[in-house]
Design a binder for this molecule. Structure first.
Ligand code: ADP
Ligand code: MG
Length: 338
């Protein structure tokens, strides 16, 4: 960095950088005995609870386009982890943040910290440690949370005949990711990107996913199985079904597609985004027939906006149907090594 009036965080050194940007992010929690600053955090889980641990990494150019807003990078790095915590029916408590930076830009770091901090505060999560190194831009977060002993939601546990639900409009984030990449490319080429409100709404879905933590808690003792949708609804529903020793049928007519996605992409492409797009960070879960009667009491529509989209089946297949007729599923799911 050349500007004399901005703090070059590299010149701050690693320790000053940690101190300035990462010392006290997120909620203040009484169960953090030792936080950032020692060799390790000391944490006091409540008695009777089991720990749930998750980790997820965002790599620039792979999980977000170069030039993504720094605040979104901080938000998403935590959000994708909180989504896993939600899928386990757990309550998040503590986070660790390992960040690898090509260069230390103070404004960029402050924005990452702000994005992380806002979501951490809202979710009751304290940042208790991490690591800071130089290298290609990568943000890796670990979150620890708890559930009452034995109460964690699992991917396995569903049975044939269980109803399949999704918590929000799938596909919008994937279309938003495409628009965000187009906008980033336009910025590099110094050409205008005409997006409009609809594109903005879709890009927000990608940049600022909202982890369904309250829903995860409401599903505890109620859902027979649960997974968060990160790699595409069809693929992730398939993982839930496989873990449960079942197949799954998705009724594409029932998919809660967002108006913005439908207007932007048209029905057919919107369905494809919804089934295979990924980056939704909604919850996909199953409810047994015996529990279905209770669904409105357990999941008030006004609060959770969950939609029934299919059913677990006895065969091992993942199938989609439209108006009762089976349709070909597009290639499903995202696989880094596929
Ligand atoms: P060590 O050399 O023992 O690994 P560090 O110097 O890397 O320790 O870290 C010092 C303290 O700062 C530790 O408590 C560590 O957890 C914390 N820390 C380092 N980087 C971050 C970060 N990006 N966010 C939060 N805490 C961090
Ligand atoms: Mg270290």
């Amino acid at each position: 960095m050349t500007a004399a009036n901005t703090t070059d965080a590299a010149s701050l050194g690693e320790f000053a950088l940690i101190d300035e940007f990462f010392r006290s992010l997120g909620a203040r929690r009484g169960d953090v005995v030792v936080g950032v600053g020692d060799d390790g955090a000391v944490l006091a889980p409540p008695p009777g609870m089991q720990l749930v641990a998750v980790a997820d990494t965002l790599v620039e150019g792979r999980h977000f386009p170069a030039g993504s807003p720094a605040r979104s990078v901080g938000h998403r790095a935590l959000a994708v982890n909180l989504s896993d915590i939600a899928a386990m029916g757990a309550e998040p408590a503590w986070a660790l943040l390992a960040i690898t930076l090509p260069r230390a830009d103070a404004h960029w770091l402050a924005e990452v910290a702000r994005g992380f901090d806002t979501l951490a505060q809202a979710s009751g999560v304290a940042l208790v440690g991490g690591d800071t190194t130089a290298g290609p831009l990568t943000v890796s977060v670990t979150v620890l949370g708890f559930v009452p002993t034995g109460a964690a939601l699992r991917r396995g546990g569903a049975a044939p005949g269980d109803a399949l639900f999704v918590s929000g409009p799938p596909g919008a984030a994937a279309r938003g990711r495409d628009l965000e990449m187009a906008a980033a490319a336009a910025a590099v080429a110094n050409s205008p990107f005409a997006g409009g409100d609809r594109a903005t709404e879709l890009r927000q879905r990608f940049l600022y996913p909202q982890p369904r933590l309250a829903l995860g808690l409401a599903l505890r003792g109620f859902a027979s199985a649960c997974i968060d949708v990160s790699d595409g609804l069809a693929g992730d529903a398939g993982k839930l079904a496989a873990a449960s020793g079942c197949g799954v049928r998705i009724d594409v007519d029932a998919l809660p597609l967002s108006a913005a996605l439908l207007a932007d992409a048209g029905r057919e492409r919107a369905e494809r985004f919804a089934l295979t797009g990924g980056d939704d960070y909604e919850l996909c879960f199953t409810v047994s027939p015996a529990q279905l009667a209770q669904i409105e009491r357990q999941l008030p529509v006004a609060q959770f906006a969950c939609r029934r989209i299919g059913e677990l089946t006895t065969d091992g297949a993942v199938v989609a149907q439209r108006q009762g007729r089976r349709i070909e599923l597009p290639v499903t799911g995202f696989d880094h090594f596929g």
